[in-house]
Design a protein. Structure first.
Length: 206
């Protein structure tokens, strides 16, 4: 992957979310669970499968359960490649989530169209940033990047892939040039990239 970034993100009362609680890290995901993402373009659904990457799926379960992905931006949308999200877009600097990295696990499922994986920047660096494959990116199963190999998938879009494909992609990788400003100057970042879509709410459902 050209640029897989894992940068600290937090919950904060200032952005309307509960204060971080380290006990959340003890929560285990069910073997399978459904999640709905309500976005500015409509809704899509993902089924996560714990066996694919147990520790990573536990983490995404914890994050979705506690509102981590609510009101975050799809900050990187590269046509015919990936949609990426997971930055908290917050000026808070406690970096609590980032203290608990997800250990590396083997790739069990292929990065085909509609699958979802954590981005990572090196060994044991997964934890906040997710990407959805917009096409079959099977090279991501084995690509060597900064001393790690491949990106383990966590699940797959089961409904609303057409919504994922509608997310604004006109900026491509341009957003990554000033990506760091998203955490501290969200308004400035959004003013520069006003057409970016966002997640309104993500939650589990049966």
């Amino acid at each position: 992957m050209k640029k897989a970034i894992v940068i600290a993100s937090v919950f904060a009362l200032s952005c309307g979310k509960p204060a971080f609680n380290s006990k959340w890290m003890e929560e285990k995901a069910p073997e399978k669970f459904q999640t709905r993402f309500e976005t500015s373009q409509g809704n899509f659904e993902i089924e996560f499968t714990r066996d694919l990457s147990p520790e990573a799926v536990d983490r995404v379960y914890q994050q979705i359960t506690h509102g981590f992905y609510d009101n975050v931006v799809f900050y990187r949308v590269v046509p015919n490649f990936v949609v990426q999200f997971g930055h908290m877009d917050s000026t808070a600097t406690a970096n609590n989530w980032d203290r608990y990295k997800v250990k590396d696990e083997p790739v069990k499922g292929s990065n085909v169209k509609g699958t979802i994986s954590y981005a990572r920047s090196g060994p044991d660096s997964r934890g906040n940033h997710l990407f959805i494959n917009l096409k079959d990116n099977k090279r991501l199963d084995t690509v060597a990047f900064n001393r790690v190999k491949g990106f383990p998938t966590l699940g797959k879009v089961t409904k609303g892939m057409e919504v994922v494909e509608k997310l604004y992609s006109g900026y491509g990788n341009e957003t990554m040039k000033v990506y760091d400003t998203l955490a501290v100057k969200r308004k400035e970042f959004m003013k520069k990239f006003p057409k970016l879509d966002s997640i309104k709410k993500a939650y589990l459902f049966k």
